[in-house]
Design a protein around this ligand. Structure first.
Ligand code: SAH
Length: 348
């Protein structure tokens, strides 16, 4: 395992305002910070050497005080079926994360990780089985976009925070990432093209709503009653289904953004007509969309479902007036189920 320790500031994690502070402290003019920021986030250079509109002396000072982080591609798997590309990246401390580039009619979407591992313990999820290592830095979330665009030579038009980790358990760094990726002096991605997926950390949903960032909130619901949700998602013992739905109603009221619910269909667990009726009662009055995902098999568990049972469940829901689609299976030939590549690499 490679460990790089240094006491330099991670410059890619700094907002323009923070960079201005740092640079004026160094005795330089404030406008220099904008130049540096644009080199990093617009031109996406990877060394201070390349910042050719700055004096050599200033570049040396920057080099001494800051570091520009990077990601290393360890594996790149491209689907022969649908052009999905899955990256296994190594971070500078030797940890691994996964990023998936998916192509849709409306453009490319990028699924990024927010933590190394996960604490949430969802029973069906490969990312959480070996536990949690650490939060990703804002720069490490951002670099998944920069490195993937560079390597694939494709432009990403939307981002989903749905890779390894629970974004609301790394709230501050995720907010700093959102600020960076939507910066007018950088990538300038409208947060309307970004979805954040959570297993349901209720207090953070309220905080996020109040920020009115315009992003889509995706809730990993997977079940419409407390007993069966708690069986597969430990977070439900902390914030139950009714508290979660209250928070979703608040999010909609404050932001006007329709909520998206993820529903991983598991045979004999949450796929009956009765389950669909419970879902209808639970979601009554909340403008939302339900995304049915046939559960991806992982080796530790016996959970399974088929596209056929997903179609049956979708019919139940639509006949009850709910808005439901089945998630397209992308990259089925490249183990696109989240967390599996990292586990193979680390042997965990
Ligand atoms: N922690 C966040 C985001 C990461 S998981 C969350 O819980 O939403 C991204 C999505 O994949 C979640 O909806 C999660 O429940 C789902 N997921 C994880 N493992 C899965 C599997 N084996 N099959 C289907 N969906 C899975």
């Amino acid at each position: 395992m490679i460990t790089i320790t240094n006491d330099k500031i991670d410059i890619l994690s700094l907002s323009l305002g923070q960079l201005e502070n740092e640079i004026t402290t160094l005795g330089e003019k404030k406008f220099r910070a904008k130049q540096v920021f644009e080199w990093l986030h617009l031109k996406r250079i990877t060394t201070f050497e390349e910042m050719t509109n700055l004096s050599r002396q200033f570049r040396t000072i920057l080099e001494e005080r800051f570091c520009i982080k990077s990601l290393f591609i360890v594996k790149r798997l491209e689907s022969n079926i649908d052009n999905t590309v899955k990256y296994l990246y190594r971070l500078s401390d030797g940890n691994y994360i996964e990023t998936v580039l998916m192509s849709y009619n409306h453009g490319n979407s990028l699924c990024v990780s927010t933590q190394v591992g996960c604490k949430m313990g969802c029973k069906f999820c490969a990312s959480t089985i070996a536990g949690f290592k650490r939060n990703l830095l804002p720069s490490e979330i951002l670099l998944q976009l920069y490195e993937t665009e560079r390597n694939s030579e494709q432009k990403v038009s939307s981002i989903v925070l749905m890779g390894i980790g629970e974004p609301l358990d790394n709230y501050d760094n995720v907010l700093r990432f959102l600020n960076l990726v939507s910066s007018k002096n950088g990538t300038n991605l409208s947060l309307r093209h970004l979805s954040l997926s959570t297993c349901g950390i209720v207090p953070k949903i309220y905080e996020l709503a109040d920020l009115k960032l315009g992003l889509t909130l995706s809730i990993s619901l997977h079940s419409a009653n407390n007993a069966s949700r708690s069986e597969i998602m430990p977070i439900n013992d902390k914030y139950d289904i009714y508290e979660l739905i209250e928070a979703c109603k608040y999010y909609f009221k404050v932001t006007g953004r329709r909520i998206s619910f993820e529903y991983a269909l598991i045979d004999k667990h949450n796929d009956s007509r009765e389950h669909s009726k419970q879902l209808q009662r639970l979601l009554q009055g909340l403008p939302c969309h339900i995304n049915i995902i046939p559960v991806n098999k992982i080796k530790e568990r016996n959970y399974s479902s088929t596209r056929k049972s997903a179609a049956v469940f979708q019919n139940y829901l639509t006949s009850l007036g709910l808005n439901a689609t089945i998630r397209r299976t992308l990259g089925s030939d490249i183990e696109a189920a989240c967390g599996q590549l990292r586990r193979e690499q680390e042997n965990i």
